[in-house]
Design a binder for this molecule. Structure first.
Ligand code: GDP
Ligand code: ZN
Length: 302
């Protein structure tokens, strides 16, 4: 029996019949996996051994830093990608900027331990005054510690700084349909086309023939983009009230200081969170948004 040495690799895409990985030598390999190790997913760091020049066997999966889960058609949570470091919450003036939606993405990201970045796209379409108004609305998020960046996918504005922020991270792009996620991703990956061509050659599949999550290595630096329709549906999954509150990062210093241990943070006397709202330490807008999310998760639980 031929013995070959164990090396590490990254899962580019996990298909039903095989898994495509990128080895440490930056080559692509079609792999089978040992059944005992469980389902591998896009983004996994794996140990594997080569069987020939283009194929190998995955022998173990390293512990996942983060996971992205979505319910399948039966409502069971399924992991669709792993080791995502950063999520770009893409917004625009059209479809209209919706802070409630941003807050839901932020809560989902915080609970998955994925770092959020807010990205306002299509700035080429804005008059100076409109841009100022949107910047001022988004400054709320900067004040609580989130980076906000501005781009135009169409005019390649702000893309150099975006690419810098992508470096060394596995990144995903989320946001309403029409804000420009595909345009941004395609523009960034344009230069990486040769690389994606190589992948297609290794699999015999074009890059758009799959609904499986796919990890695209950037050519510009050590960053990766993970994308698929499922990844773009990133959102709240099965969180309880406590987790929603923790997902509002500026609430954290006050959580645990309410007079009553089981405080529901609605109208209880001595609620540390309500006091913080009154003292403008928590913005009324974010507070209202929190209350709306609580109502919506309780509706979904019934
Ligand atoms: P997605 O649904 O979020 O993936 O959005 P798309 O990338 O499909 O973009 C939706 C529409 O907005 C398309 O017609 C794009 O050409 C347009 N678009 C995307 N980014 C920009 C931008 O930065 N500026 C302008 N003017 N149009 C853009
Ligand atoms: Zn309270």
């Amino acid at each position: 029996m031929k013995s070959s040495k164990q090396t590490t690799g990254t899962v580019i895409a996990a298909y039903r019949s095989y898994t495509l990985i990128e080895g440490d030598d930056n080559q692509f390999y079609k792999c089978q996996q040992r059944k005992t190790i469980g389902q591998v997913v896009c983004g996994d760091l794996v140990n594997w051994q080569a069987e020939d020049q283009h194929a190998g066997v995955i022998t173990s999966i390293n512990e996942r830093r983060t996971i992205l889960q979505r319910p399948d058609i039966n409502g069971n949570l399924r992991i669709i990608a792993s080791n995502i470091d950063q999520v770009f919450i893409v917004v625009a003036h059209k479809p209209e900027l919706n802070e409630g939606l941003i807050d839901r993405y932020l809560v989902a990201a915080e609970n998955s331990h994925i770092k959020p970045v807010i990205l306002l796209n299509k700035i080429d379409l804005l008059q100076e005054q409109q841009l100022e108004e949107l910047k001022s609305r988004l400054s709320l998020y900067q004040d609580i510690g989130y980076p906000v960046i501005y781009t135009s996918a169409k005019q390649a504005h702000g893309l150099d700084s975006l690419i810098k922020v992508l470096n060394d991270n596995n990144n995903i792009f989320v946001g309403q349909s029409g804000v420009g996620k595909s345009s941004l991703i395609n523009t960034i990956l344009e230069d990486s086309n040769a690389r994606i061509g190589e992948i297609s050659e290794a699999t015999g599949k074009g890059k758009h023939t799959t609904t499986t999550a796919y990890l695209y290595p950037l050519k510009q630096n050590q960053g990766h983009i993970i994308d698929s329709p499922g990844v773009r549906e990133f959102g709240l999954v099965k969180l309880n009230e406590q987790e929603v509150a923790e997902g509002f990062i500026e609430f954290r210093p006050f959580i645990g200081y309410c007079k009553f241990r089981n405080c529901a943070h609605k109208n209880e006397p001595g609620c540390a969170l309500l006091d913080a709202v009154k003292e403008n330490k928590i913005s009324q807008q974010r507070w209202d948004s929190y209350q709306r999310i609580i109502v919506s998760i309780n509706e979904n639980n019934h």
